[in-house]
Design a protein around this ligand. Structure first.
Ligand code: NAD
Ligand code: TYD
Length: 350
């Protein structure tokens, strides 16, 4: 069936993989990528599909309510996959209000425009792509399920929790058809080098210190970004109205173990003496409010919708590092300008 699908944040890390999957897999859909192109948005991520007939890019800010409302009036949008967000915890600690603006107000603007412009709700869907960080932090054991109470700690996770609540409120109050997924940490090509893996890749290549927060025992569950994009495809097409689906990789790693594995892989790829990259590890002051552990019970999406992760971690990590090695121009373009200031602000006093 032909439909007009608005994907927000499609020039970012996960969004670009979602846009690519949908543009290639659904030639009958008209796909609009709406993105403000903040520091994290990069049209270089989409050069392979930018000329496809079923694809269009629009630069715009979801915080601008009249712009968003006009877009819905003009474009006859049937469905939204909403990924646009401020996404980095450390930036949310330095600048929380920007996260309230984009993640809370921006999401509310999209919901409100959908509600106003959709005359009836049949065949409509507002899909909010969210994070497991809304559930807070786990101790050594346990998993987040869809029933886990929200307990966000960082300004980032608080803003995502708030936007999830707005999405559910529009479902409960106005009957707006919605679905939400909460996913664990993604890794893969095109991730901005503020997040752990690409930042450490960039530092290893440049023989710079690897700043491990605290003692490195914090634990994350890691999922390859293309597997997340495939999960989003499944949830969008098969997810039930009003439902939440947790997405995860069954792939928990303590930060330090993950970093050591990455260092060993990088020594191999760079033909460096074993231990060269690991010797760059430097323990630095911990992140304020650093969540100890995230881990996902993904049995609902696996049982109800038939999705499961496809890649083993070591394979996914190796593919990812190969991509960064082959695309150092991409990284150089990103790390040349404002990134230097960001890095200085975040890391010089740690
Ligand atoms: P990202 O920071 O790489 O990309 C965000 C995109 O949103 C960028 O292209 C940016 O230009 C755009 N954007 C930001 N503010 C905007 C605004 N006001 N108007 C329009 N566009 C705007 O983020 P990501 O890592 O790709 O994450 C995408 C989504 O997935 C986010 O909602 C995030 O909360 C969620 N998520 C991320 C992860 C992860 O590990 N990265 C895990 C689970 C969920
Ligand atoms: P990050 O990639 O920022 O994702 P999130 O905070 O959303 O989980 O960080 C992943 C883990 O790595 C987290 O426990 C914080 C840690 N970390 C460091 O130790 N050093 C760093 O420079 C960064 C960016 C993260």
């Amino acid at each position: 069936m032909s439909k007009t699908l608005l994907i927000t944040g499609g020039a970012g890390f996960i969004g670009s993989h979602v846009v690519r999957l949908f543009v290639n897999k659904y030639p009958d859909y008209k796909i609009i990528n709406l993105d403000k192109l903040t520091y994290a948005g990069n049209l270089e991520n989409l050069t392979d599909i930018e000329d496809k007939d079923n694809y269009r890019f629009i630069k715009g800010d979801i915080v601008n309510s009249s712009f968003v409302e006009n877009l819905f009036q003009i474009e006859n949008i049937d469905a939204v996959i909403h990924l646009a967000a401020e996404s980095h915890v450390d930036r949310s600690i330095s600048n929380p209000i920007e996260f309230v603006q984009t993640n809370v107000i921006g999401t509310a603007n999209l919901l409100n425009s959908a509600r106003k412009s959709w005359k009836d709700y049949s065949e409509k869907c507002f899909y909010h792509v969210s994070t497991d960080e809304v559930y807070g932090a786990l101790g050594e054991t346990g998993l987040f399920t869809e029933e886990t109470s929200y307990d966000p700690h960082s300004p980032y996770s608080a803003s995502k929790a708030s936007s999830d609540h707005f999405v559910r409120a529009y479902n409960d109050t106005y009957g707006l058809p919605i679905v939400i997924s909460n996913c664990s940490n993604n890794y893969g090509p095109n991730q901005f080098p503020e997040k752990l893996l690409p930042l450490f890749f960039n530092n290893i290549i440049n023989n710079k210190a690897l700043p491990v927060y605290g003692n490195g025992s914090n634990t994350r569950d890691w999922l390859y970004v293309v597997d997340h994009a495939k999960a989003i495809d499944v949830v969008f097409h098969k997810g039930k109205d009003g439902e939440t689906y947790n997405i995860g990789g069954h792939n928990e790693w303590k930060n330090l173990d993950l970093i050591k594995m990455m260092c060993a892989l990088m020594d191999e790829k760079l033909n460096r003496t074993i231990g060269t990259s690991e010797s760059l590890i430097t323990f630095v002051t911990d992140r304020s409010g650093h969540d100890f552990r995230y881990a996902i019970d993904a049995s609902k999406i696996e049982k109800d919708l038939g999705w499961k992760p496809s890649l083993q971690f070591k394979e996914g990590l190796s593919i990812t590092l190969d991509w960064y090695m082959a695309n150092q121009n991409w990284l150089d373009n990103i790390t040349s300008g404002d990134y230097k200031t960001y890095y200085q602000q975040q890391y010089s006093k740690r």
